[in-house]
Design a protein around this ligand. Sequence first.
Ligand SMILES: [Zn+2]
Length: 290
Amino acid sequence: MPELPEVETIRRRLAPLVQGRVLRAIEVLDPRWCEPLHPEALSGALVERRLEALDRRGKYLVWEARDEVFLLMHLRMTGTVLYDAPPLTPYVRVRMTLDDGHRLSLCDPRRFGTGELALDRSALDAFLRARLGVEPLGPGFTSDHLLTMTRGRRLPIKAFLLDQRRIAGVGNIYANEALFRARIHPLRETGKLKRNQVAALRDAVVGALSAGIDAGGASIDDFRHPDGVKGAFQNEFLVHGRDGRPCLVCGATVVKLVVAGRGTYACERCQTRPRRARRAGGGGGPRQRA
Ligand SMILES: [Zn+2]
């Protein structure tokens, strides 16, 4: 569930607390977290190194330790990183101790999160390049670039937005919010969007992600800030999770569909359903994976 704004919220809150600190210990309580790497190999590469930076790419938290040793942490469904977690905090999979005595705990009830190492910057770049497309809050995410990426693509635009190899960091919530902001139906064929729609979508993706970051992310279930506080963006959703309730723009009832296997929310008055999908009936269109 943590998407770009949630990971970025964790990064911004943790960075000033960890940058410049030396990692004294890293205990992997659940070895599955860093498979196929052995926990001792992981801790051997990181312990006693100074943390130079805490960065983010897409939904990855990138811990840079001295001499270009990188820990790539992906939080997947339910991961969160707590700073000085209270005793007996459940679901701790990894614990890191800093030289100032403070501790970081990776809590992950569903245990889908992962930890991987990259042992120099070119290995890091290759790792990220193989998995992630353009960074939506970076300078490369222009409407011209998005237009080029969308040409010839026949999948529904919702599925396109969820593909991390195209745009990194957008997940289900922010894809729903961005399509509503851009007034584009989630089932619309990606390659058929007009230039002005693509420009609106680019701005809507940036707008939805930025609003999420400004609100400290969304806490629907497990997401917490490093100090245990919940994000507030769930109170600001324009369309996500609002099925059966009136559209905030026009008052029509928000509907729930399934697109790319994910719960998808739309106002079909503001976001006109494409003709072919209309003929196919009310359901939700093709259940294809992004
Ligand atoms: Zn509406």
